[in-house]
Design a binder for this molecule. Structure first.
Ligand SMILES: CC(C)(COP(=O)(O)OP(=O)(O)OC[C@H]1O[C@@H](n2cnc3c(N)ncnc32)[C@H](O)[C@@H]1OP(=O)(O)O)[C@@H](O)C(=O)NCCC(=O)NCCS
Length: 186
């Protein structure tokens, strides 16, 4: 048995050299596109539409949530460390009833927003990214952080909420990518 929750053939697209853990739960496989050379590790839960461009790693225990009307997109070489939450939807924490068991009239102002994770982004363990808070290319986030705004390219950010810490070495990372692709077989 390949996966205990869905049949890989149900995915909208699945490229070459893709590894998906047996216990990964994808609620809407028909909305999920996985490019070549991607890994989704065990105990990850995905309840949105999702596009992985290629060379993406979703580590174990991540949650990509928001429902079937939200889309989370990853450009290539981006990674989530274990236990990251990407929240493309969030309940109203001030004036709504926060349960899926009531209809929308009782839920207040639920926030929905697609999420874009650029190329060469890394999100550290235990971090949470809120709706509409895209990561531009090369943005990375330290462990246990809260991302409540869009993060500009090639910065390292951390904290609750995130603050800018340092510039990443964009030139070096791009050189490494070129070198890697020259040598890769797939
Ligand atoms: C951010 C990180 C990469 C460290 O980067 P670094 O360049 O070595 O940064 P430093 O350790 O010099 O820290 C710089 C400042 O940011 C603070 N800081 C570092 N990580 C932080 C975090 N996760 N949250 C809040 N503040 C953090 C430091 O305390 C320091 O503050 P100061 O200048 O007031 O003393 C690292 O702390 C981290 O969070 N890594 C994620 C690791 C992870 O999740 N791994 C899982 C497997 S991939």
């Amino acid at each position: 048995m390949e996966n205990i929750f869905f049949d890989r053939k149900e995915l909208k697209y699945c490229g070459k050299n893709v590894i998906i853990g047996k216990t990964v739960r994808i609620r809407y496989p028909e909305l999920v596109e996985i490019g070549d050379n991607c890994i989704i590790d065990d105990f990850t839960y995905i309840s949105t539409a999702l596009k992985l461009n290629g060379y993406n790693h979703i580590s174990s225990g991540c949650k990509l949530i928001g429902g079937k009307n939200c889309l989370i997109e990853f450009n290539s070489f981006s990674t989530l460390a274990p236990n990251v939450v990407l929240s493309a939807g969030s309940d109203d924490y001030l004036s709504g009833i926060a349960t899926p068991l009531v209809d929308i009239r009782f839920k207040g102002k639920v926030q929905y927003g697609n999420l874009k994770i650029g190329k060469h982004c890394i999100v550290g363990s235990g971090s949470v990214i809120l709706p509409n808070c895209d990561l531009e290319d090369g943005a990375s986030v330290g462990a246990l952080s809260l991302v409540n705004r869009k993060l500009p390219a090639w910065g390292l950010y951390a904290g609750i909420p995130v603050k800018f810490l340092k510039e990443r070495d964009r030139m070096k990372i791009n050189e490494l990518e070129i070198e890697f692709l020259k040598n890769s077989i797939i």
